[in-house]
Design a protein around this ligand. Sequence first.
Ligand SMILES: O=c1ccn([C@@H]2O[C@H](COP(=O)(O)OP(=O)(O)O[C@H]3O[C@H](CO)[C@H](O)[C@H](O)[C@H]3O)[C@@H](O)[C@H]2O)c(=O)[nH]1
Length: 315
Amino acid sequence: MKILITGAFGNLGQMCIEEALKQGYQLRCFDLDGTQNQKLKRRYQNRCEVILGDIRDTEHHRKLLTGVDAVIHNASLLPPLSENQAELAKAINVDATQALIQSMTACTPSPRLIFPSSVTVFGKSLPGEAVKTSSDKVSSSDNYTRHKIKIEETLKKSTLPWVILRVGVSVDARTLKADRNTLRQLLSVHPESPLEFVHPKDVALAMCNAAKSDEAIHKTLLIGGGQYCQISHYRFIKTAFAALGLTLPYNSEISGSYYTHWMDSSEAQKLLTFQHHSFEDYEREMKNKMCLVRMGTWPLRPLLNRILPYALSKI
Ligand SMILES: O=c1ccn([C@@H]2O[C@H](COP(=O)(O)OP(=O)(O)O[C@H]3O[C@H](CO)[C@H](O)[C@H](O)[C@H]3O)[C@@H](O)[C@H]2O)c(=O)[nH]1
């Protein structure tokens, strides 16, 4: 079975490459052309076919889709870029994806599309709200969610075999980063807001399993890490600070909301058997990754922790 992964050199894409090779799939990888991706191409090209180019260029589609049984479509622009570069984001996330769907529909037989949507399509959450199910209503709150909802609708009207995976918060010690605006936004959220983590390795496993599970076709599945990954917003942010040796103050007066939720992932788990990592695994990974930084800041830790509340208020 041959799989095409678009956005193959991104966070989830690289995890998908490793998992797909482990499962014995033949693999074609596609991502943007650039210095970093040329290096990655050299790293991967002995193990799989790599094509670099622009997903908006429909000329590529024939070459990309030839002989392919399933497409894992990870190429997209995420926040904050999807919000700061609205036109470009629409061109990639909506127009290019719809063109790809059209090209796939024209193939005989049509390959299956595994589309990573997001938990954020459920809109802003409230502390103590019910766990989300895939039939709950969706509501857009920014370009990113608008684009995801649009493609979900396009797929549901199409004749393609598709699987929609609404992915929870999926970062790991490799990829966690936040610009100032994102950090400011994260720090303005009620500490008890629900957040469901799912390890990128588990998402990649779900995606690769979705490429071969016939029962998953035409299903919208919620890809959360399960009960050991259902945490509060405070615990999620605290983990990054704790890895640096800092103690994030708990402030119950913060009342903002964010678009993360706890999800009922039981159907997804039954069909795709992907949940292997807990949030504690991620906490351990973060601690290991930041070990040297933590040792370096150790003598200054009491002072840093004392000034942290003031520093955070100035972000
Ligand atoms: O025009 C473009 C724009 C982006 N990319 C590539 O797409 C990849 C996106 O990877 P990121 O690391 O930025 O994002 P993630 O792998 O974390 O994101 C994936 O998982 C998310 C769910 O958590 C979203 O669903 C998102 O759409 C999906 O790509 C990058 O390699 C980027 O180069 C392209 O190939 N072409």
